[in-house]
Ligand binder design. Structure first.
Ligand code: HEC
Length: 116
């Protein structure tokens, strides 16, 4: 973990460690079903920008620093976020539990495209 992580992110990461230990990354079909059921796909696609950024672009941006990214993205998904990708904000998703947001985060990060 990098020393310059914000204290809030570090605290949340420690809170998530038990869940991370048990976490398994969803296979593609299961990940996409969860995204569809939780209406993420109205705004996101896997490999193309829609209202929000493509999941692949999110993975490419954050996967290299995943210890910092995981708690940050769980928070972004549940509480919404703005100003990181474009002027369009993402609204909070109160119907998504913390465990579901963690599953979604690990799934998105697994979509990172490795450079050839
Ligand atoms: C109403 C449209 C909309 C919906 C529904 C939506 N998103 Fe987003 N999402 C966005 C937009 C727009 C952004 C970019 C916001 C920004 O620029 O910071 C975004 C950004 C993100 C990010 C990147 C956050 C960051 O910190 O960089 C993740 C991860 C994400 N969305 C996941 C999800 C998931 C998972 C769901 C379903 C629970 C979901 N989104 C539902 C529009 C949406």
């Amino acid at each position: 973990m990098r020393l310059n992580s914000s204290v809030g992110a570090v605290a949340l990461l420690f809170a998530l460690i038990p869940a991370l230990g048990a976490a398994e990354v969803l296979v593609f079909e299961d990940g996409m079903r969860l995204m569809r059921d939780k209406t993420c796909l109205g705004c996101h696609q896997v490999d193309r920008r829609r209202v929000g950024p493509a999941f692949v672009d999110i993975a490419n941006r954050y996967a290299p620093d995943r210890e910092v990214a995981i708690p940050m993205l769980v928070n972004s998904i549940r509480h919404g976020n703005r100003g990181k990708w474009s002027a369009i904000p993402m609204p909070a998703q109160p119907h998504v539990s913390e465990q579901e947001a963690l599953d979604m985060t690990l799934f998105i990060l697994s979509l990172q495209q490795k450079p050839d």
